[in-house]
Design a binder for this molecule. Structure first.
Ligand code: SAH
Length: 228
């Protein structure tokens, strides 16, 4: 029987082998998710030919779709087994939410920029991820309606771990987020809530994300500050 393979499928397999597996990520659920999500459907038309490049790409409104390796790294750090309820803060294009939705049962994705919340919802509907629910809101306040969450992924850099997100985490759950006192560079941190309700903190990597802006994030007025 012949197999029809599109060029994007071939590029996607190469991306998983050459950018993700080769750098040591090995969670089979994450690797399978990265092989299934059509990244080309989440990048703007004019960048589609770069959809499987090893870096972030612009998605409008001054925001970016993260590098594929970074998405895989963060999702692996969440240690999902399947069946979870997951919250993502910073839906952007919807790509990371789609990767989460390949593994988890339900994904709630929050985005503060209305145009991007619409973009994420459209991209996810077109690719058939009907277990992702996008809201337009300040995600530093989490999403109380569906809490607690087994895992929370924050896709933008926070000055500190938002207390509200810790409060919406289930016992045994994990938050993975970039944290740093500099708006443009952070440490990727994993917070684990123990069975007794304590929080453990691990630093996983040095990363660079766009800022998390909101009540428990950075102040909008002071970004971007380009007077010099
Ligand atoms: N996960 C996205 C990456 C988007 S970049 C993807 O796969 O495409 C980070 C996003 O976080 C931006 O879209 C930005 O608007 C959003 N963001 C920043 N602060 C936020 C907040 N307080 N609540 C929700 N989204 C926020």
């Amino acid at each position: 029987m012949s197999r029809i393979t599109t060029d994007f499928e071939r590029q996607r397999k190469q991306m998983v082998a050459g950018q993700i597996r080769s750098r040591g990520l090995c969670d089979t659920l994450v690797l399978a998710a990265m092989e299934n999500v059509p990244r080309e459907a989440f990048v703007p038309e004019q960048y589609r030919f770069m959809a499987y490049d090893d870096g972030p790409l612009p998605i409008g409104e001054g925001q970016t779709i993260s590098q594929p390796y970074m998405v895989a790294f963060m999702v692996e750090a969440l240690a999902l087994k399947g069946g979870e309820t997951v919250l993502e803060i910073g839906a952007g294009s919807g790509y990371a939410a789609a990767v989460l939705a390949e593994i988890a049962e339900e994904v709630y994705a929050v985005e503060r920029i209305g145009a991007l919340a619409g973009l994420a919802a459209r991209n996810l509907a077109e690719t058939g991820y009907d277990n992702v629910h996008v809201s337009h809101a300040d995600g530093t306040r989490g999403l109380e309606a569906h809490a607690p969450y087994d895992a929370i992924l924050v896709s933008a850099g926070a000055p500190d771990v938002p207390e509200t997100l810790k409060g919406q985490l289930a016992a045994g759950g994990r938050i993975v987020l970039p944290v740093g006192s500099d708006r443009r560079s952070q440490s990727l941190v994993r917070i684990t809530k123990t069975a007794s309700g304590e929080f453990e903190r691990e630093v996983l990597a040095d990363v660079r994300f766009v800022p998390l802006i909101g009540a428990e994030g950075w102040d909008e007025l002071s970004w971007p500050r380009t007077f010099w």
